[in-house]
Design a protein. Sequence first.
Length: 302
Amino acid sequence: MKIKFVKRIFEAAVLSAVLSGFFSCASTSVNLRDYKRTAIVSVYGNSMIPWYSNNIRGSAEPEYTEGIISGAINRAVNEGDPEVYLAGKRAENAAAALEQALLSNGVDVVSPSSFPDCKVYVKPDGAEKKSASKYSGRGYRVLDSASKKYRTDLVEKTSCDSMLFANFKFEKMQKSGAVWLRVTLSVCLTDAQGKAVYRNKYTAVSDQSVESGRGERYDHEGLCALADSTVLKAVNLFMQDSMDSADVLDAFEPLPEKKVYDDATMAKLEAARLMLKDGVSPEQIAKWQDLPLELVKELAEE
């Protein structure tokens, strides 16, 4: 009996160690300034803002999951809800806040906008998560990890020595007759060889709230307006925890609204991009494609 008991303890200890190594990274602390260049590989957020509850299976940090079919149905039903149609903007601004916070703290950041022709951002070699419930920041993909080939290509193309994966989870919580926004930033940092060196979560609750009526009646648009400031709180927590000393970023510059063109104009713009790569002058392209010269010049600066 005693031998069996000791054996069970040993097996439990081994299992615990294996699981611990599986769900955590190589170390519990990191200094981002130790890395010369950091590539932000992925930034994304959820497409809806579910209710937060700390009573799910006794966990204080419940996971919100949504399948492709259910996500598409929910968005179709709630397409007039700002919490749904502003999901892309939330993800884009979260990416902007993260990038600007890193830059303001002296981290040399590599982002998709830095390398518009970097194909590793466009083709993530099967690592992209196919989900209708996620929105990525502009230029990014929905990635939690990447293949060895992906990491190797990214290091080669960008000369980076660390890669950052970020996921923003937006939730709403009801308290004291009001609705508050809750943002959880999950980050994972890997070195140039793809080895995970840091993983953590940072949660922030909005400084302000919107009034709640009976049931679930509240100002949905007002709640969404709290996203940027709450995201910034979570990002600043990450900055303060991931380097020896960090400056708090008081505000960030949201990305400008993305211009929307009809199909015919989009085809012209794509043709213009190809001609620019072939060395054709913006003036000649504007004439041939019947496009405003300023617009063609903007394409040349992308």
